[in-house]
Design a protein around this ligand. Structure first.
Ligand SMILES: [Zn+2]
Length: 82
């Protein structure tokens, strides 16, 4: 699994589920990642539009986030962008 970001660093990916108090739906059909943007203290989802990577923006400051997924995929659906 390879994770790249343009302007964020993803941290604590394995621990994130434990502290995610935000409402988390897990629709199995849509490909998205739940991202907690520390920059603005806001939760948002980013979507896999291209099939190759997830991309989205912080809804507040519009900083761009891109997450590339390795061939093994991701088991976690929740990340923190700090
Ligand atoms: Zn922000």
């Amino acid at each position: 699994m390879t994770v790249w970001t343009d302007s964020f660093e993803l941290v604590n990916m394995d621990m994130e589920e434990n502290k995610s108090t935000e409402r988390v739906n897990s629709p199995k059909k849509r490909k998205f990642l739940g991202i907690y943007f520390v920059c603005c203290n806001v939760y948002a989802q980013i979507y896999n539009n291209s099939g190759k990577y997830y991309e989205g923006r912080c809804p507040c400051c519009l900083r761009r986030l891109t997450v590339r997924i390795g061939k093994n995929g991701v088991k976690n659906r929740f990340f923190t962008a700090s």
